[in-house]
Design a protein around this ligand. Sequence first.
Ligand SMILES: Nc1nc2c(ncn2[C@@H]2O[C@H](COP(=O)(O)OP(=O)(O)O)[C@@H](O)[C@H]2O)c(=O)[nH]1
Ligand SMILES: [Mg+2]
Length: 299
Amino acid sequence: MRITMLGGHASGKTSYLGALWATVRGAAPDAPVTLSEGRLPDSSTYLDECEHALLAGESVERTKLDHGERIDLDLTIDGSPVLVTHLDVAGETYEAALEQRSVAPTLLTELAQTEAVMLFVHPRRLRLPHSITDARRLIAVAGEPLEQHSQAEPESEPNDIDPVDVWKHAPTAVHLVEMLQLVVEQRTSGRRLNVALIVSAWDTIDQGPEWGTDCQPGPWVQANLPLLHQFLTTNDGHIRWKVFGVSAQGCNFDDKDAVDAIVEQPYDQRTIVALDGGWTRDIAEPLRWFVREWTEHPT
Ligand SMILES: Nc1nc2c(ncn2[C@@H]2O[C@H](COP(=O)(O)OP(=O)(O)O)[C@@H](O)[C@H]2O)c(=O)[nH]1
Ligand SMILES: [Mg+2]
């Protein structure tokens, strides 16, 4: 089964890969998730660097680790062969794909063949849509009535507006829906696409020790990314999906006390995956869900 990691810049993809690597690299041969035939991927040095940063309580973003290429992890998950691919394509590649529907060949090949997508979103880095009510409030604060604005000469003709700019400032949910649409359009398989929506940095949303009691991942998406939630719900003929709240770091690395509390623990005791109605420390839970879905629903 082929799984592709997608998401905007700084959505938590590299941290997830580093945490997954830290768990599978030293896994016992009979563990549920292992490297296939113990095969090291080409990017193992890069993954080791990510792991070391995470173990030391240092953000992979801050260390400016970047490989600018693809990472393929050949895994065996609950007995099934799984290929997890992270294409660290430049932001512009996605922009071109999403805005002009012109897809780079590497991305095209990947999306054509993928069977499952992990779609990452960082809950503290959302660009939210502005409602008319918000606009009215802002204008009220600025002391200018709305009518004056609508009657004023527009600063630029609508044709002067750069679509790239509009795209860049579009709400996060719009980008994520467009990414999913791109995958659905490019895929060659008739099988339903499996989507694991990964809300990363879940430790910034919920508190332990019992995760998922204050806030659950599904309702969080419904409340904070309603457009995406609606898209997934209405397209369940093409897409089978589930939301996971994932803390790949185990805590907020800016919180020194929190880091001190976990830094001595083995990595597989740090990570948190919250589900609607439960939680686990198994960082591979979204991948294992893919395998279960794949086996249970052959079409
Ligand atoms: N608090 C917290 N922050 C996280 C977690 N995972 C990632 N981040 C932060 O989110 C930012 C982006 O993460 P990164 O993995 O580099 O995202 P990428 O650009 O999608 O690869 C970094 O500043 C990370 O420290 C997490 O589990 N908890
Ligand atoms: Mg990255």
